[in-house]
Design a protein. Structure first.
Length: 192
């Protein structure tokens, strides 16, 4: 296995992608559904990419953040070893503001109020960055709700989002008062 200090190296990652010996996480499926990234784009980015960051967590093995391109589109792909020799693609996205100044450099800004109280992700231990989330969706009693332009803390490694008590109370009030700005069609896929 081409690993250095338990960190997946780009050569090993490429070999696994070339023989389709990989699994993807639910985070990646969310990006598929949002039209943000596709499997061919992920494979292209890995084929011409390089590791730009190593993420370590005391609870899990190290992950490699690969930066590459699919055509003109910059793509980031977080990769890990499954511990069974398979590649795990944890998430993939096109880097953009407010998290990234450019495809290689993280932005330095952030809301200090969020960072003072919640600066590490409960799930993976990585840093939380303050953002305005484009969409935040969830189900309540079988009904799908989408909240747009919501201030949130975003884990820079696993993508988990956190919102403050004040923000959650406002969302709750908007739902109770039925102050919906719009409705959208929802596409449903059934995998046989």
């Amino acid at each position: 296995m081409a690993m250095s200090n338990d960190v997946p190296e780009i050569g090993w990652i490429r070999k696994k992608v070339n023989v389709a010996d990989y699994f993807i996480s639910e985070h990646v499926i969310r990006y598929f559904l949002a039209g943000t990234v596709t499997i061919p784009e992920i494979e292209d980015a890995i084929a011409n990419g390089t590791v730009i960051e190593i993420h370590r967590n005391p609870e899990r093995d190290a992950c490699s953040l690969v930066y590459g391109h699919s055509g003109e589109t910059p793509i980031h792909v977080m990769c890990a070893d499954s511990r069974n020799g398979c590649l795990l693609i944890l998430y993939a996205y096109a880097p953009s503001k407010p998290t990234w100044d450019d495809p290689i450099n993280r932005a330095k800004q952030g809301d200090p109020r969020m960072e003072e109280k919640l600066n590490t992700c409960f799930f993976c231990g990585s840093k939380i960055k303050q953002i305005i989330a484009g969409n935040f969706d969830y189900r309540l009693e079988g009904q799908l709700y989408v909240v747009k332009r919501i201030p949130a803390g975003l884990c820079v490694q696993c993508g988990e989002k956190y919102i403050t008590a004040q923000v959650s109370k406002k969302i709750n009030s908007l739902i109770e008062e039925r102050k919906f700005a719009d409705t959208e069609d929802v596409f449903v896929l059934e995998y046989d």
